[in-house]
Design a protein around this ligand. Structure first.
Ligand SMILES: Nc1nc2c(ncn2[C@@H]2O[C@H](COP(=O)(O)OP(=O)(O)O)[C@@H](O)[C@H]2O)c(=O)[nH]1
Ligand code: SF4
Ligand SMILES: [Mg+2]
Length: 401
């Protein structure tokens, strides 16, 4: 199994469990330094605490030590909410079990993690204090829950725990992302359509265009770059059919009309949606556009607060197109920043920006969070293709239509 994660992956590992089970002590043992606050008084760690650590050979990871999900009182309720919020964005969870062993409380956490679709393992901690682990081990075997025993104090089993964590990184985080290379063969011709209008940056191409051209060259294929006005003439004068036409979304309707149906066509933003996240999930999310009802609420989520232009794509254009497409009276709420709103569950659909400032892990994590919270998610590019009626065509090259 490949244990090396692609660059830019920072795995989020969250330790959860009863107060005093030894979560902070385990993080200290893994990281090999006194960082998390260890206490004999239950509930010392009030908020989820993030610690960065280099977990070789996986690379940088962030550990969260949540306060535990059994807190009492109002403050406890807030802590539980904070802990859940961290779990929504977690890649691998560790259920830390203390002297009490696995009780109905731990079983409830495990059920919750399963509902969320999270990778997790159970760490039976304080093995130096316990001589009654057999029952817990048997229960985990029965339930097919990965388990190991460990002692944060003294360090027995910590190395095995580290190794297990490395191997539990979700598959999609380990895979090298694909841009266009797998869709074309050596010697193929690929036509890229790049409109040069007022919105185009002066004197250069934008990053997705540059990345795609580079990937075409790396595949030993031939990349042709044209403006949308020249696409028809270019195709007519080419001695053979291109293997793929890739267009900017802005010109997709014209290009769709000008490029015969038997020539595969897609958009730069569709390629980027797959490269950055998970195209299949975003396409599935876009199906929600056909199921919305009057009064439904759509979240327009942007990963950063880039300056707003007058006819902003997320704030004005997409809501207008969706309203026209659905003929419904919808509420659009706009949100930008690192976190989704706390009340994410109230949304019927989330439409995320392309995430150019996010790395793939962060984007995947956002997709997972929406799925865990039961909110269909798509992105700007996929939603635009959907309302323009070209989604089926632009995802066909990926075998998704
Ligand atoms: N004997 C023993 N004590 C432990 C072990 N792990 C943690 N403890 C103790 O359990 C108490 C609670 O640990 P802490 O890490 O603060 O638990 P947390 O609330 O889950 O973060 C502290 O007094 C630790 O020293 C262990 O493996 N063996
Ligand atoms: S598309 Fe890029 S610039 Fe725009 S909001 Fe998303 S991350 Fe920021
Ligand atoms: Mg703690």
């Amino acid at each position: 199994m490949a244990t090396k994660a692609p660059k830019g992956v920072r795995l989020v590992i969250t330790l959860t469990g009863r107060r005093n089970a030894g979560k902070s002590s385990l993080i200290n043992a893994i990281c090999g330094e006194e960082i998390a606050i260890v206490s004999e008084m239950p509930g010392t760690t009030t908020d989820p605490v993030a610690r960065h650590h280099e977990l070789l050979p996986l690379g940088p990871v962030t550990f969260y030590d949540t306060a535990g999900l059994d807190d009492e009182g109002v403050l406890g309720e807030l802590r539980i909410q904070a802990a859940r919020k961290v779990l929504f964005r977690t890649d691998v969870a560790v259920v830390v079990v203390g002297e009490e062993g696995i009780t109905s409380y731990e079983k409830e956490i495990i059920a919750e993690l399963r509902r969320m679709g999270l990778s997790f393992l159970v760490a039976l901690n304080k093995r130096d204090l316990r001589d009654d682990m057999e029952g817990d081990l048997a229960w985990c075997a029965e339930e097919e829950v990965p388990v190991l025993s460990v002692s944060a104090q003294g360090g027995d089993g910590v190395r095995e725990l580290k190794e297990s964590l490395i191997n539990m990184a979700p598959e999609e985080f380990r895979k090298e992302p694909l841009l266009v290379r797998d869709l074309i063969n050596e010697g193929d011709w690929v036509v890229c359509v790049v409109p040069i209008d007022l919105a185009a940056p002066k004197g250069r191409l934008i990053l997705p265009q540059v990345m795609v051209l580079r990937d075409i060259l790396d595949a030993d294929a031939v990349g042709l770059v044209v403006k949308e006005r020249e696409i028809e003439e270019t195709l007519a004068s080419m001695g053979r059919k291109p293997a793929l036409v890739i267009t900017d979304s802005q010109a997709v309707l014209k290009v769709d009309a000008d490029v015969p149906q038997d020539i595969p066509m897609t958009t730069f933003s569709t390629l980027m949606a797959r490269y950055k996240g998970e195209l299949e999930a975003l396409v599935e999310g876009a199906e929600m556009l056909d199921k919305l009802k009057d009064g439904d609420t759509v979240l327009m989520g942007e990963a950063c607060s880039h300056h707003q232009v007058a006819d902003d794509i997320g704030r004005v254009k997409i809501p207008r197109w969706i309203t026209r497409y659905t003929g419904l009276d919808l509420n659009f709420e706009f949100y930008s920043g690192n976190d989704f709103p706390d009340d994410l569950e109230k949304f019927d659909l989330a439409i995320h920006c392309g995430g150019c400032m996010l790395n793939r892990t962060a984007m995947l994590r956002r997709i997972r969070e929406c799925q865990r919270r039961g909110v269909p998610i798509t992105n700007y590019g996929v939603a635009i293709s959907k309302v323009q009626g070209v989604l089926e065509r632009v995802i066909r090259p990926f075998g998704l239509a």
